[in-house]
Design a protein around this ligand. Structure first.
Ligand code: 5GP
Ligand code: MN
Length: 335
């Protein structure tokens, strides 16, 4: 993978450009791809954003999200675009496997492939150009750097500002995680000077659920959370029946994993949802517990040091037992 700055002089010649992200995109994935979209269209490029799957409805306020292709619904159209694209940008994921059904297609393309990502252990062989930096708060911050470092700060408009701000807010836990370096605040200051209304973005992201989601949260915290004090760990599980009863849609479970972190002394939270295809895990830690390694070792996943995810084909009951066994094996790190 060659350094991304080698692309800067190639930006002005119009091309066909596809931009994609990880499955079930969050605010950083959708914000960074759309932020990059609003930058690239200003050069006259033909740009198409493709999501491997559907996304949460609280991302639907993002400018031009209605033009994003959901690969599961528009495979033929997306394949056609991809097959004739000159460039493919891959944002907010570290290997094609994170794009579900889209993965084999991305792997077979012969175009120039560009990675912009902040996850651990990127598959650098798959990309022509790129930047991978685990020290960065978010992929949105990296897209901001890409725009500024390529000499096009003047192209940052209100659409770009809103999209990039959303990803930064989400991935820094509203500026509280240790990844919130001074560069993040400098970036936000620049966006504010350009007219960003930050409260509008916070409300769009966090005050945009339906009543059922709040009732669901109450149920989950009361009935589906177990605290294992001797290992400073909490686990939350969501059953299929819960998902049906509360009419839970993509994105409604986002953020619930963070609640047990507010209990004194909790170092690790495991959160599992009994999805049709698999049991989907999320892990969050504080301090020196490495979620990336944990998710990779026990649940075929990965991510960041303090936030990672994984999956399991076993039943909900069995995967919870597996989690409990795994934390016992890691008791030195947790106690
Ligand atoms: P979440 O728990 O919010 O789904 O994910 C936490 C972080 O880990 C995100 O940055 C996400 O992209 C990453 N992540 C989630 N699941 C997986 C996975 O299965 N594999 C890898 N490599 N990363 C994941
Ligand atoms: Mn991210």
């Amino acid at each position: 993978m060659r350094p991304i700055h080698e692309l800067y002089t190639k930006l002005s010649e119009p091309r066909k450009i596809a931009i994609t992200m990880h499955q079930k995109p969050d605010a950083d994935a959708m914000g960074s791809t759309l932020g990059l979209y609003h930058f690239l269209v200003q050069f006259g490029h033909e740009v198409q954003v493709i999501s491997p799957t559907n996304w949460a409805r609280w991302l639907d306020w993002m400018p031009n999200v209605n033009k994003v292709l959901d690969y599961e619904l528009h495979k033929t159209k997306a394949d056609e675009f991809l097959e004739s694209a000159d460039w493919l940008f891959c944002l907010d994921f570290n290997h094609f496997g994170r794009t579900k059904l889209l993965a084999p297609k991305l792997a077979e393309l012969n175009c120039t492939k560009i990675l912009i990502d902040h996850h651990q252990e990127p598959d650098v062989q798959s990309f022509t150009f790129g930047v991978s930096s685990t020290g960065k708060s978010s992929t949105c911050e990296m897209v901001f750097d890409f725009i500024v470092q390529s000499g096009h700060r003047d192209k940052i408009n209100i659409f770009i500002s809103e999209c990039l701000y959303a990803g930064v807010v989400a991935d820094t836990g509203s500026f509280r995680f240790s990844s919130t370096h001074a560069s993040v605040h400098h970036m936000v200051a620049s966006l504010k000077e350009l007219g960003l209304q930050h409260t509008k973005v916070h409300e769009a992201l966090y005050d945009n659920f339906l009543e059922n989601r709040l009732r669901f949260l109450g149920h989950v915290l009361s009935n589906r959370m177990e605290v294992i004090y001797e290992l400073n760990t909490a686990v939350i599980y969501i059953t299929k029946a819960d998902l049906l009863k509360y009419n839970i849609k993509t994105g409604d479970t986002e953020g619930i994993v963070n609640y047990p972190q507010s209990i004194q002394g909790i170092k690790l939270v495991g959160f599992v949802v009994d999805r049709d295809e698999e049991r989907k895990w999320s892990f969050r830690s504080k301090g020196n517990f490495d979620c990336n390694t944990f998710a990779r070792k026990y649940f075929g996943g990965g991510g960041h040091f303090n936030a990672a995810g994984g999956q399991d084909k076993e039943s909900l009951e069995k995967t919870i037992q597996k989690f409990k066994q795994a934390i016992r094996e890691n008791k030195e790190l947790l106690q």
